[in-house]
Design a protein around this ligand. Structure first.
Ligand SMILES: C[S@@+](CC[C@H](N)C(=O)[O-])C[C@H]1O[C@@H](n2cnc3c(N)ncnc32)[C@H](O)[C@@H]1O
Length: 465
């Protein structure tokens, strides 16, 4: 088994990073786009003492359980890498991944995990998509071999993983309401008709740079058109021509990006048609979503996640709650109706501003938010000012919690600790550190991102007697 050699093996399972695996000479071999039951030829790209990684060069036999990917861009686009796996099997693999990591990394025994909360609609579940325009069109091997000439202006779609300068043209994406495809393709056609160019990633010239869609469950869109300075003179005409063909309930905003990078968070957003935000309601709480604000991208599953946190918090109305890593305060506001007081802490000042604004929008006064690094802000002063919490909810980024934060939680001894995580491996590591005083009580995996390998997990810890 040498790097570069081709081996044949039968795949037997799905692994944590979304790859399939099989065993050869006692070693696990991981490959993308495989399915349990496939017999494949694999070129070995990495050969380590404990495992190998490779890519499939040929299918000797395809598993009868594979499903046909509905998307024409499957295999080329960086998203939705599990379309060839049935949704039931995806959900099952995610469930097993959570339990496996809690057992292997955390050293827990999980006798009765709750069944995973799988998505009721595994397609068109997203409320946000970002498209890029680039002169650097990525051509697939089949497109190159076809000999077809592709439009010279470049591509509008998603960046190819690891390539800031190459964009895969997207005709149809199934992750959001189909109207997104019509509007995106309309904007491309209008640009072509007017001789507008796509952004050149090296020369930094061009009219169209990015296009961001946000939507709510009422079917309203916020369409954000980002252009380069070259577009300034004719932007009004361009926006007018597209707005004529977009339903009036949808709002349009724009930004001119003079920078050499594509970061969007620091751009000035100008309204073109309607208010420069949309509103989403989860449970009884309304959240204002501006072009740059963070909001969970699967609203149906976010609502189920927040409902689960509320159920597990078991509030009577008398409790003081801390929502740590609170983002725009979504969980804090969702719990506020059943709590005496909620304090949210979050690193990003803009998110905290949104949290205050959302509190005001809902007339919720018994919440407060602080901006800063958790390991510095979660200290004795904060606790003495806002009171010792009865319930703590943490929802940290993928890296999990800083050890100082875990230590602080150990001294705070809140009765109930709810840990929401998008990375069960770091969650298991942090939970293991909390076991001296906490008992792992409930494990509730939830699938926020069908067709990807990502899985979210909610755990309740209760203080040991
Ligand atoms: C997974 S998100 C939480 C999302 C939020 N609970 C929601 O449902 O909308 C994690 C949040 O932690 C914040 N964060 C990351 N590192 C932090 C730190 N060191 N201190 C405080 N907040 C941090 C991020 O800015 C982000 O908003």
């Amino acid at each position: 088994m040498k790097k570069g050699s081709i081996v044949e093996l039968e795949l037997s399972g799905l692994a944590a990073e979304g790859k399939a695996f099989g065993k050869l000479e006692g070693k696990v071999v991981f490959v993308p786009f495989g399915h349990p039951g496939d017999v494949v030829k694999v070129r070995l790209l990495k050969v380590k003492s404990a495992y190998c990684e490779g890519s499939i060069t040929e299918w000797v036999q395809r598993s009868a359980d594979r499903v046909d990917p509905p998307c024409a861009h499957f295999g080329h686009c960086g998203g939705c890498k599990w379309q060839h796996v049935s949704y039931e099997r995806q959900a099952d693999a995610k469930h097993r991944q959570v339990i496996d990591q809690l057992e292997r990394i955390g050293g827990f025994e999980i006798p009765e995990p709750r069944p995973i909360l799988a998505a009721a609609s595994p397609w068109a579940y997203r409320n946000k998509l970002d498209f890029s325009f680039s002169t650097g069109r990525w051509l697939t091997a089949e497109q190159i071999q076809s000999g077809v000439e592709f439009p010279k202006e470049g591509a509008c779609g998603f960046h190819v993983p690891g390539r800031f300068d190459k964009v895969l043209e997207i005709e149809e994406c199934h992750l959001m309401n189909a109207e997104v495809n019509r509007i995106r393709n309309l904007i491309k056609t209008k640009a072509r008709d007017r001789g507008w160019s796509f952004y050149h990633p090296y020369n930094h010239v061009g009219h169209l740079r990015n296009l961001v869609f946000r939507s709510n469950r009422k079917g309203e869109f916020l369409i954000w058109v980002i252009v380069g300075p070259d577009a300034q003179a004719t932007l009004g005409d361009f926006l007018s021509s597209i707005s004529e063909e977009i339903s009036e309930e949808h709002r349009i905003v724009y930004s001119i990006n003079p920078k050499k990078n594509d970061a969007l968070h620091d751009l000035v957003v100008e309204p073109y048609r309607g208010e420069p935000f949309i509103t989403e309601t989860l449970g009884k709480v309304s959240y204002r979503i501006s072009p740059q604000s963070f909001f969970q991208t699967n609203p149906d599953q976010a609502e189920r996640m927040y409902q689960t946190v509320l159920e597990l918090a078991n509030l009577s109305g008398e409790e003081r709650v801390y929502d740590l890593y609170c983002g725009t305060g979504s969980i804090a506001l969702f719990l506020a109706g059943k709590a005496k007081f909620v304090l949210g802490i979050e690193y990003v000042q803009e998110a905290v501003n949104d949290a205050f604004q959302n509190a005001q929008l809902n007339g919720i006064e018994h919440v407060h938010f602080l901006a800063g690094d958790m390991k510095n802000l979660l200290n004795e002063n904060t606790i003495s000012e806002y009171g010792m919490p009865d319930v703590v909810v943490v929802d940290p980024p993928r890296a999990g919690m800083h050890e100082d934060v875990v230590q602080r939680l150990l001294t705070m001894k809140a009765k109930t600790l709810i840990y929401v995580s998008c990375n069960p491996a770091t969650q298991a590591r942090d939970l293991a550190l909390l076991t001296p005083i906490y008992h792992l009580d409930v494990v509730q995996p939830i699938d926020m991102f069908p067709h990807t390998h990502h899985v979210e997990n909610i755990v309740r810890l209760t203080l040991r007697p």
